[in-house]
Design a binder for this molecule. Structure first.
Ligand code: PMP
Length: 361
């Protein structure tokens, strides 16, 4: 039976052999209500990935490349330091492929990230927040060395930027083939996205301006101070410009080695800082005015994209990366002010008709 409704779908036209094959091919979605009239804005919605973030790309790349090289043996434990999305992506990939996973994570990151990883079968070892990203990293390295585990090394591995070069960037090229693309806006955590996408856009779309952002109170690149590095390109010490910020997944307390290429090769035309609270504000606006549900880093990236849009020439096309879903921020500042009980307005609505009312508190 067919219905008379006009909206129909046809399926993806293929069967998937594993959840890991559903990573990537995320849609670029037009921003209709918030975008200034004189430009076209799109967001690349990485929350369409199976575990809800851009880091699913990194996870499948690290694991499959390590398998291919023989660095990861069947059933070997994988360990990584991660503020959450990489851990969730790795947990998804490791579950699908049968590797045990241990994640080290500072206790300052949202509770639901820990729970999600544990739900996906990973073990989460917390580290004190005072020891920052550097402490998480040290712990992961120690555990790997002590147990002969495979350390994923998201901040150093070449498999990070490569997957963005081969997937994220190619998707952007394909989706904007024959279209203008005046600006690409992104932030950085490991720097995988900016480095991989930068490599390709600089070659294939040299007219596209690339805008990079970082937290206003943690301007590691903006400070101009180089990162001290230790063994295997890992950070030697915490960067002096770092301050704790609410944009989870962005800017750790060091300049990652993966990001260094984007700095050295000038893969961005402008660096625009953004305050965390502004990111929160724009994440809410994207949800409430567009129905586009992204986390704080997505809101922060979009805040910068809006600044770019205001100044852009008429007809400009702007693409903004949205790294993850807003659903993993329920216990974070993103949801502050979103109450559990009824608001005054909701209570008044409830009382406005006689049936089915809650008792007065
Ligand atoms: N936003 C969030 C929420 C993230 O988890 C990450 C990855 N750490 C990023 C942005 C940045 O992506 P990348 O590591 O590719 O720079």
């Amino acid at each position: 039976m067919t219905s008379n409704a006009s909206r129909t779908t046809r399926g993806r036209g293929r069967l998937y052999e594993s959840v890991v094959d559903t990573v990537g091919e995320t849609p670029c979605i037009r921003v209709n209500n918030l975008a200034p009239e004189h430009v076209r804005m799109y967001v690349k919605a990485e929350f369409f990935n199976p575990a809800g973030s851009v880091k699913d790309r990194l996870a499948i790349s690290i694991i499959e490349e390590a398998e291919r090289r023989g660095d990861l043996k069947p059933g070997q434990t994988v360990v990584e330091a991660t503020s959450g999305n990489t851990g969730i992506g790795l947990a998804m990939v490791c579950a699908a492929k049968g590797y045990p996973l241990v994640v080290t994570m500072a206790d300052s990151f949202s509770i639901e990230r820990r729970k999600l990883m544990r739900f996906l079968g990973a073990r989460v070892v917390l580290t004190p927040r005072a020891e920052k990203g550097f402490g998480m990293y040290q712990k992961a390295k120690e555990l790997a060395d002590a147990n002969g585990w495979f350390l994923a090394r998201q901040f150093e591995t070449a498999d990070n930027a490569t997957v963005h070069e081969n997937t994220t960037a190619r998707e952007i090229l394909a989706d904007f083939a024959g279209e203008r693309l005046d600006y690409l806006v992104t932030g950085y955590g490991t720097g995988g996205t900016i480095t991989g996408v930068g490599r390709v856009l600089r070659q294939e779309r040299p007219d596209t301006k690339i805008i990079l952002s970082e937290p206003a109170n943690a301007q590691l690149i903006g400070s101009g101070i180089a990162q001290e590095r230790g063994a295997e390109s890992a950070p030697g010490v915490s960067h002096p410009a770092f301050q704790p910020h609410p944009i989870q997944g962005w800017t750790p307390d060091f300049i990652p080695y993966v990001l260094q290429e984007a700095i050295d090769q000038h893969y961005f035309d402008e660096l625009i800082p953004v305050p965390g609270p502004v990111g929160i504000e724009w994440s809410k606006k994207l949800a409430q005015k567009e129905g586009i549900f992204t986390g704080i880093s997505g809101g922060a990236t979009f805040a910068v994209a809006m600044q770019v849009a205001e100044k852009a020439a008429p007809g400009s096309v702007i693409l903004c990366m949205l790294p993850d879903t807003g659903e993993r921020y329920l216990s974070s500042p993103l949801f502050e002010g979103i109450v559990e009980g009824m608001t005054e307005e909701e209570t008044a609505l409830s009382r406005s008709t006689p049936g089915c009312q809650m008792p007065s508190p």
